[in-house]
Design a binder for this molecule. Sequence first.
Ligand code: MG
Ligand code: MG
Length: 273
Amino acid sequence: MAQPRIQYKTNAQMRTMREAGLVLIKALDAAVAAARPGITTAEIDKVFAAVLAEEGAASNFLGYYDFPATICTSVNEEVVHGIPGGRVLADGDIISIDGGAIVDGWHSDSARTVIVGTADPEDQRLSDVTETAMWHGIAAAAKGRFVGDIGAAIDDYVSSVPGKPLGILEDYVGHGIGSEMHQAPDVLNYRTSHRGPKLKPGMCLAIEPMLVRGGIETVTLEDDWTVVTTDGARSCQWEHTVAIHDKGIWVLTAPDGGASRLAPLGVTPVPVP
Ligand code: MG
Ligand code: MG
C-alpha cells in the first residue's frame, strides 16, 4: 500500500483552520466549565454540541466511524475514545474531554483534562506533566527538524520529571490534520530511532500525549470505542492543533497561539500570515 501523503496547507487554509480552532476553544471552555460532580458525560456533550451549533460549525467526531457524540469523555482509567452517556461524574474524577470542529471543510482537534471537585495530588501531577509534555512537543515542532523530534521532546521531558515515573501510551498517537481530522503523518509521543518526515511549512499536526500513572497496556471495551488501561490506573490526555508556516508556528487551538506556554521554552509563536 502506498504511504499516505502529507497534505501541505496554504496560509489561507491554515487561517480557516484557526477559525475552526477558535470555535473549538469556545466549545471546550463551555464543556470544561460544565464538568462538575453530579453531571453526566452526555450533558457535557450537549453543552459542547450547542456551542458548535451556535457558531455554525460542524462536528468531526459525530458520525466518525459511527461515533455517536461530538466529544470523547474519558474518565479515570479510560484513556481515550470514551463515549458520553449516563455516567455521573463523582468528586475527584479525572476526565479528558477531546473534541473537534469543522469550519468550511477545515478541521481542528484539541483535548483538555479536568479534575472535578477535589483533586488527588497524584492526579493533578499526572495532568500537569501531560500538559507540560504537550508544550514541550509543540516547542519541538518549532525548533526541531523532523516530526520525530516532537516525540523525543515529550519523552525526554516526561523522563526528566522527578518522583514516581509516568508511562507514555504507545498504542495511540498524534496525527496530521487538515481537510480531514486524521491525516499523515503519525506523531509519536515517544523517542524512536525513526526520525519521521521533515517538519515543513504547511504541515498541521495534532500533538496529543497520553500519560498513565501505571502500565501502558490498554484494552478496548465491548462498545468498540472506550480504551482503558489494563491495570485500571488513571490516565490523562492533552492535545492541541499546531500549524507550521513559513514564519513560525501558531497553536490553532490556544487563544494566544501558545505564546504564554511557549515563552519559557524559548519559542515565540507567530500568527499564520
Ligand atoms: Mg482529539
Ligand atoms: Mg487527535
